[in-house]
Ligand binder design. Sequence first.
Ligand code: SF4
Ligand code: FES
Length: 247
Amino acid sequence: MKLTLKIWRQKSANDKGNLVDYKVNDVSPDMSFLEMLDVLNQDLIDKNEEPIAFDHDCREGICGMCSMYINGRAHGPDRSITVCQLHMRSFKDGDTIYIEPWRAKAFPVIKDLIVDRSAFDRIQQAGGFISVNTSGNTQDANATLISKYAADTAMDAATCIGCGACVATCKNSSAMLFVGAKVSQYALLPQGQIEAAERVRNMVAQMDLEGFGNCTNTGACEVECPKGISLENIARMNRELMKANIN
Ligand code: SF4
Ligand code: FES
């Protein structure tokens, strides 16, 4: 396939940035999207030009690093996958593809397609954990009975990889799907109950401090989330917050 790529280039957070055209030839439909960018970057390096900066790590849909907008959609045209799981067979010979970074005030661009998602880390640090003594006296996890519904629903929430597509795709740049998932994975389990009120209060306060917007139930986040995280998690987070503020 021959493709025209229009890629966002931005030297630093303070640079204005603009779309730059690149032609790529001999693209195999079996290449992943990131492999296609690797080939383009090798070409740029061979020509002594600056390669395109993009984030990636696992390249198997686990780490949430490979975040970018492709043709106006977070993680590209296919549902329930990350960019690293997207293959060039989803495009046609002669296509023009627009590639841009996440756009949200709380995710400033570092360079080209890489944005700073450390706001998510700070939200996690505010309460996304349980405090346990791991000195060797920890009881076996299976000793605490948990219903299948609670175990499955907590596991579904825990599949959030923190990629930020929910924020990037939301017209309000809301992080509530992410925070809702992180609150839910503990709220559904007995181990999460002791710190539940403190957790939800602190995580929501940090979310607001980072400059994310509020949810207006548009649902774009759920559609574009590569892990299918449900809006139910936002409702659960709001209930948890109300409970925490009443008690
Ligand atoms: S909720 Fe979905 S879109 Fe948002 S960070 Fe988690 S995995 Fe990514
Ligand atoms: S590189 Fe890890 S999810 Fe894509």
